[in-house]
Design a protein around this ligand. Structure first.
Ligand code: FAD
Length: 198
């Protein structure tokens, strides 16, 4: 069983979420993670990957950095593009912000496209999905708070409207915790389905 703890930096007082004695990668932002490191910093990891890249897999254009192959220094010189930064941005494992942003995109989009009048089976499977989600979300303290919030505010799968509203409120709870602005939940469909009216 993974051991989850919080390390408090004695000089700065900063709280660093840990998992099995190491800083929890998906629980902190990239900057913090780079700073605290784990003996092998992301920059070093990227450099290693670059050095061991099979040349036959070398991307042939600048946009090929989207692929999983780390570009070589030769390519960087040829095109003048800072591959290291670009490559890292596209290939590094998710930090708490990237994971969060993409997860909210999936969740709100799922809610926006949920049926207006779902059948019983659809309601049950959506409920099961969120139960599993709150069990497996990889940032452990995010997950624990979300689970607690779900227990206090049970999911409402009655319709697209109720589910989207419920999720918007859950997201706002996290926004509040992080000191971010509250989102206007009446705009949830405009944001996640229709786009702004011209
Ligand atoms: P995000 O909050 O990721 O939002 C993305 C977009 O969603 C915004 O640009 C906006 O257009 C829209 N949006 C914002 N609020 C709402 C809303 N209420 N309803 C609908 N749309 C909205 N990070 C932590 O540091 N600590 C935590 O405890 C934590 N818990 C999390 C729990 C869950 C379940 C998830 C999915 C993420 C959690 N995160 C947590 C990550 C955090 O919520 C953000 O995703 C992250 O900080 C990046 O924020 P962002 O500013 O890019 O916008």
């Amino acid at each position: 069983m993974a051991k989850e703890t919080v390390y408090v930096d004695p000089t700065t007082g900063e709280q660093i979420p840990m998992k099995d004695g190491k800083p929890c990668r998906v629980c902190v932002d990239f900057k913090t993670w780079s700073k605290i490191g784990t003996g092998k910093k992301p920059a070093a990891a990227a450099a290693t990957a670059t050095a061991t890249t099979d040349k036959s897999n070398e991307p042939s254009t600048a946009t090929a950095t989207q692929s999983g192959t780390a570009p070589s220094d030769t390519m960087a010189t040829k095109t003048g593009i800072k591959f290291d930064e670009e490559w890292k941005r596209n290939n590094c494992p998710a930090d708490v912000k990237t994971l969060g942003r993409h997860t909210w995109t999936l969740l709100h989009t799922m809610a926006a496209y949920y049926p207006e009048k779902p059948e019983k089976k659809q309601q049950e499977s959506m409920k099961t999905f969120f139960e599993s989600f709150s069990e497996h979300y990889p940032c452990w303290f995010c997950k624990n708070d979300f689970k607690k919030d779900m227990a206090e505010n049970p999911i409402d799968v009655t319709s697209r409207e109720t589910l989207s509203e419920w999720l918007c409120r859950r997201h706002n709870k996290v926004n509040e915790k992080l000191g971010k602005k509250q989102f206007d939940c009446s705009k949830v469909f405009e944001r996640w389905m229709t786009g702004p009216a011209n």
